[in-house]
Design a protein around this ligand. Structure first.
Ligand code: ADP
Length: 406
């Protein structure tokens, strides 16, 4: 048992060693970085007065003497907030705001209108319809102006941070996906290439036993037999790993699959094992259609059923019950056995590659079957789970989306 679990640890270490994302550190925007504020007023004295008030905020202030000049600035620069005088010759504040909103780059830039109290009645509703976020009434109260502007400065900084974090996360995801694909392709080709020399080993050691067995003494024969069985086991492991890798990489096309038909195939594939073990299999209520890939579903159920037939105490005849029930949008298929059961602390890890709870002498296997089951469920948009206690048998379940009614 420990041997295989040690293997698992090795695989994990390898996996975590290839943290591709490490190459890109996540650096949120510097909160001290200055943002831009645009002041628009035709009167230089008013521009200067407002500038003096907000200078304390320590940000970049850009001044424009007309709506046109403001629009030119907006073409080149990103602003946290625009302070816009309503009464200006030429383009007035509202006309300028309408043009600002038409541009993609500034369609959401907050605008605070500066207007005289006497004009508020008529201005307020028009301003809000143009997407104004606030009004500052003249005469301007410095504290009020500073507080209002600082809220938008903070908001802008937070938005910039979120945007830059998002970009970096996106880069990480792309890099991780690429690394994952490369790693999977690498595993696949390694596993594939390993099989050729292994087959030669297996073939020659078998030939050695057949052709020269008589010349070997008992120990010699024992050694040759061990080479055969080790090579065979390694071949099983590689084959199972290849099927796991294939299941992870290959496109699978989903469609409606009748559970009953899938289970017929499963029972045919397990026929020999059922007969050898003199197992009793009861199949109930399977009149459901799931959204799946038939071949993948059959393979996954073969894995579960053969485990139910395999993991029984010595001398016990396997008795397995298979049934399905439906919920809102999903169908759950359960396979209940009278086997040796599994302690709850192992319920999660048995679904990982190479996790086994017994030695191969006790129960043969590679420890990849349930990892394949879990991967298959994931690829088909479903879930798997187990309910079990030692000596109480196990119930493995698979939940899959129900096929839509046409
Ligand atoms: P393998 O069958 O090759 O050992 P699996 O990935 O299918 O690998 O299963 C992992 C481990 O989970 C098994 O080694 C066994 O310890 C446990 N297990 C799986 N199915 C059952 C079951 N029906 N009853 C008891 N134990 C089980």
């Amino acid at each position: 048992m420990t041997g295989t679990i040690d293997n698992q640890a090795g695989v994990h270490q390898q996996g975590s060693g290839v943290e591709a994302g490490d190459a890109i550190p996540v650096n949120p925007q510097d909160p001290e970085e200055k943002v831009n504020i645009l002041l628009v007023d035709d009167r230089p004295d008013k521009l200067m007065a407002v500038e003096t008030i907000i200078a304390e905020l320590g940000q970049n202030v850009v001044k424009a003497r007309s709506g046109q000049e403001a629009l030119r600035h907006l073409l080149q620069t990103d602003f946290a907030v625009i302070l816009l005088d309503v009464n200006m010759p030429g383009l007035d504040g509202f006309e300028t705001a309408a043009l600002i909103r038409q541009r993609k780059k500034s369609e959401h830039t907050p605008i605070i209108f500066l207007t005289a109290i006497s004009d508020t009645e008529t201005h307020v509703s028009r301003g809000y319809s143009l997407g104004a976020v606030d009004y500052i009434l003249a005469p301007v109260l410095p504290d009020v102006l500073r507080t209002k502007v600082s809220v938008f400065v903070e908001l802008h900084k937070k938005n910039q941070q979120i945007r830059s974090l998002n970009e970096q996360l996106q880069k990480r995801i792309t890099q991780l996906t690429e690394t994952n694909q490369a790693l999977e392709a690498f595993t696949y080709s390694i596993a594939h290439d390993l099989r050729a020399p292994l087959r030669a080993m297996l073939g020659f050691s078998r030939a050695l036993l057949e052709d020269y067995g008589a010349k070997l003494d008992a120990s010699g024969q024992e050694f040759a037999n061990r080479i055969v069985s080790s090579a065979k086991r390694m071949d099983d492991l590689i084959q199972d790993l290849l099927s796991y890798s294939r299941l992870s990489r290959e496109q699978i096309k989903l469609g409606p699959v009748k559970l009953e038909a899938a289970l017929d195939d499963v029972l045919k594939q397990c026929e020999l094992q059922v007969r050898e073990k003199e197992a009793e299999i009861r199949v109930e209520t399977l009149l459901f259609e799931v959204w799946a890939h038939k071949g993948v579903l059959v393979q996954m159920l073969v894995n579960l059923l053969s485990n139910s037939l395999k993991f029984v105490a010595t001398g016990v005849k396997p008795s397995v019950r298979i049934w399905a029930e439906e919920g809102d949008g999903w169908v759950r298929l359960s396979i209940r056995d009278n086997g040796i059961g599994i302690a709850s602390e192992h319920h999660q890890r048995i679904f990982r590659v190479f996790e086994r709870l017994h030695s191969t002498e006790q129960y043969p296997g590679t420890g990849i079957g349930l990892a394949n089951v879990s991967k298959a469920a994931e690829r088909m948009g479903g879930r798997v789970g187990v309910e079990s206690q030692p000596d109480q048998g196990s119930r493995f379940w698979v939940e899959l989306p129900k096929a839509p009614r046409l």
